[in-house]
Design a protein around this ligand. Structure first.
Ligand code: FEO
Ligand code: CA
Ligand code: CA
Length: 745
């Protein structure tokens, strides 16, 4: 998200100093097991809330994950993960580029059509009514409605008979997407946001908690019309919310640092929220990234903590007392009778020890969370081995049989770092459809690294392992007790190793052709001042907005890319260059270093994904160029690291800052594919494997969108809604593909 547009969100901390019957069965099991019926009274609200509180998890240890999970592997041969499909990549783009504009609707290229598929409040099964502007839907009902501020997203093709993942299936699949945060006042219309004497009504907090997290919805394609619809009768449709029960696995499992009143043995926690970007695994599960989570917690004035705890809290955004941004710790629990559901949002040391309060609650947030969309009963898993920070995104290396996998990740806050996790286990394609058990195999044991970029175009991976390189309990800055302590305090470990402070690392993409890793660095208004320029973060300049001098720094962001030495994910070194610099087309040449023109200029890259053909999709979350254009999505056909050369960037340094830029690409190879409605951020992109439908998410549009671009939503009201849209070609061809293109640039 962009900090200018979302003032309510405490983000960008700068601390570097149904099937209804089926579902009912699941719920009933939980209800009887946990005694929620007795505690919550009766009626649909209590029922739905119970679902929210305990999620769709099963009480059994999910590591074996048998339960009712459909579609375990049969013969993976013939159904290999379609990781790359380079023969389908176009040589250049021929769709007509979309012009910059500030209209209150989406613009797509000529010959393309857009349908609004799934907007905040939409029911995910037939038991719930449509959300309209004129009636309140209960907070509890949001356990069965779309959450808000759609973000990272992946399509998982589903086998027509086996109800399992099938990488090449386009007719039906599970669309899994994040709901990053909420548009609070819109969400509670027509009632409006209520806080009386600092106490929030429980129904509103339920609505807010449930509007966070992740959606799993089954989508189906009509083969004749190519129309894509949600199957409201699918047993897979479900919501994972900020209250769903989750497993803690990896080094932090059972650590004293994650023990709470809820989970005295430190193996469970509740909820995923602030889910920004995403990833997916070669075995067919979804990864959601927990980004701006610290602002949700209240810390009381006078909260006394040990020096170590204080150091950790300060490095993760709660070094001093502060109220949680939505006051989720305040409801009186008159509906549910469960005060503990709200106490957990206060991290103060109130009890005699950590087992009596939630002082450790923040240590259970900030992870990559694995969700098996094909498992309706398994608990989502927090994969703590991948470190704890403001996770923006997580992308897996191209899987190679018999070799380890790497997961690349960005920590999105000013001056934060880029990380990789290398698995101990080597890839075995028989694990496709292995669900959480495969996740346990690959994601719980491995080595975490953080990146250091040298000015000469080389880089190093600095290992973050307990007992190595001073990361032990003799460390004077922070005494690391064990690997749980290193993973939970990954930022402190990375500080100690001397990682490079980056211009807000956002999404990561892995080129299916050559394994190169791309990272969006969205912007940094402090670059050139508190963060001196370096070759990897080279620009500091004054940006002009509406003719007036704006802020100075790296105002438009850039995309860095790197290649592992010898193309092996275990490499300790890499080479890098800067693939693209965001800039206005008319900016000076030492700012517009990529030579962008009116067909492809952009600002503040954020979402990003290589489709399996090797087309790179770039999305923007901008507040700097919005006087001239709404946020957008571009398509690119990149070369490779080292295809350009040295350039000198505008910097606060007297002679500029030398850096290494990728080859300039013409607008036939970087081109604007769409613009979103005014006020929005475009974030989240995935496709059906036949490349004929592309799904895109839009956050916080303003005006009346989507009522002005959709017959269905025009009947429901005019309050703007975040949504998933699906774009297809009128001639049924491949998106941005070569064949059947008639429109000329
Ligand atoms: Fe949620 Fe860093 O964007
Ligand atoms: Ca952003
Ligand atoms: Ca983002």
């Amino acid at each position: 998200m962009n900090e200018e547009m979302i003032p309510c969100q405490d983000l960008i901390e700068d601390s570097n100093t149904s099937n209804n019957v089926h579902f009912q069965t699941v719920l009933d099991n939980h209800m009887s097991r946990r005694g929620f019926i007795a505690k919550t009274g009766s009626g649909a609200l209590a029922l739905a809330f119970a679902a929210s509180a305990v999620g769709c998890s099963d009480d059994s240890d999910n590591s074996s994950n048998t339960g009712t999970t459909p579609g375990k592997p049969e013969d993976p041969k013939g159904d290999q993960h379609a990781w790359s499909d380079l023969k389908s990549r176009p040589a250049e783009f021929k769709f007509k580029p979309v012009k910059k504009n500030t209209q209150n609707y989406f613009s797509v290229p000529e010959g393309y059509q857009l349908n609004v598929l799934y907007a905040v409040g939409d029911p995910i099964n037939t038991a719930y009514s449509e959300k309209t502007d004129h009636a309140m839907q209960s907070g509890a009902s949001y356990q069965f409605r779309s959450g808000d501020n759609h973000d990272g997203m992946s399509f998982f093709g589903m086998h027509s008979t086996g109800l399992k993942y099938s990488a090449k299936e386009s007719k039906q699949g599970l669309l899994v997407l994040n709901h990053e945060y909420i548009e609070q006042s819109n969400l509670h219309q027509p009632e409006g946001t209520i806080s009386k004497g600092g106490i929030r009504p429980e129904d509103q907090v339920l609505r807010e908690v449930n509007a966070h997290g992740v959606s799993v919805i089954e989508v189906q394609k009509n083969e004749k019309t190519q129309e894509i619809k949600i199957n409201l009768n699918s047993p897979f449709n479900r919501r994972i919310t900020a209250a769903t029960e989750m497993e803690i696995r990896g080094p932090a499992r059972g650590s004293d640092l994650v023990k709470t009143f809820f989970s005295p043995d430190g193996t469970l926690t509740r909820g995923t929220f602030a889910n920004c970007g995403n990833g997916y695994t070669p075995w067919g599960t979804y990864l959601t990234a927990e980004e701006n989570w610290s602002g949700y917690f209240t810390r009381n004035a006078g909260d006394q903590r040990s020096d170590k705890e204080q150091a950790s809290l300060a490095r993760y955004g709660r070094g001093s007392s502060k109220k949680g941004q939505y006051l989720w710790d305040t409801p009186l629990a008159e509906l549910t009778g469960e005060r503990d559901l709200y106490d957990r949002w206060n991290i103060s040391a109130i009890g005699a020890n950590a087992l009596e309060d939630y002082r450790n609650a923040m240590n259970t947030c900030g992870f990559i969370v694995e969700i098996d969309p094909f498992s309706v009963s398994g608990r989502p898993v927090k994969r703590t081995a991948l470190g704890r920070f403001a996770h923006e995104d997580c992308r897996c290396s191209n899987p190679i049989e018999g070799q380890p996998l790497a997961f690349y990740m960005g920590d999105d806050a000013t001056g934060e770092y880029i990380y990789k996790f290398v698995t101990d286990a080597v890839w075995d394609s028989k694990d496709i459809n292995g669900g959480y058990a495969a996740g346990d195999k690959y994601m719980d044991k491995g080595t975490l690294y953080v990146a250091k970029f040298n000015d000469d175009g080389t880089g190093e991976w600095l290992e973050l392992s307990h007992g190595k390189n001073g990361l032990d309990n003799s460390n004077t800055a922070y005494a690391f007790e064990n690997q749980a302590d290193v993973a939970i305090n990954a930022r402190l470990a990375a500080d100690d190793r001397g990682a490079t402070k980056m211009d807000r690392p956002e999404w990561v993409a892995v080129n299916p052709e050559n394994g190169e890793i791309y990272v969006t660095l969205t912007n940094n208004a402090n670059r050139g001042r508190s963060y001196p320029t370096d070759a990897a973060n080279p620009r500091s300049y004054i940006d002009f907005k509406s003719g007036s001098p704006g802020n100075s720094g790296n105002m438009n962001g850039h995309i860095i890319r790197f290649r592992e030495n010898k193309d092996t994910v275990t490499a300790a070194e890499f080479t890098w260059d800067i693939f693209l610099f965001g800039a206005e087309a008319h900016a000076d040449a030492n700012i517009n270093l990529s030579g962008l023109d009116n067909y492809n200029d952009f600002s503040s890259p954020d979402g990003m994904w290589f489709d399996p053909r090797g087309v790179l999709w770039i999305q923007t979350d901008d507040g700097q160029y919005t006087d001239e254009t709404n946020c957008m999505m571009l398509a690119a056909l990149p070369g490779s690291v080292g295809d350009g050369g040295k350039v000198t960037a505008a910097s606060t340094k007297a002679n500029g800052q030398e850096t290494i830029a990728g080859a300039k690409l013409s607008n036939t190879r970087v081109r604007r594919f769409l613009t979103g409605p005014s006020g929005c951020e475009i974030t989240g992109v995935t496709m059906t494997p036949d490349y004929k439908a592309i799904f895109v998410n839009v956050q916080h549009p303003d005006g009346v969108w989507p009522a002005n671009q959709s017959n269905r939503y025009s009947l429901l009201g005019k309050i703007p809604r975040s949504a998933t849209v699906v774009i297809t070609r009128k001639d049924g061809g491949a998106i941005a593909g070569e064949a059947l293109e008639t429109a000329k640039a």
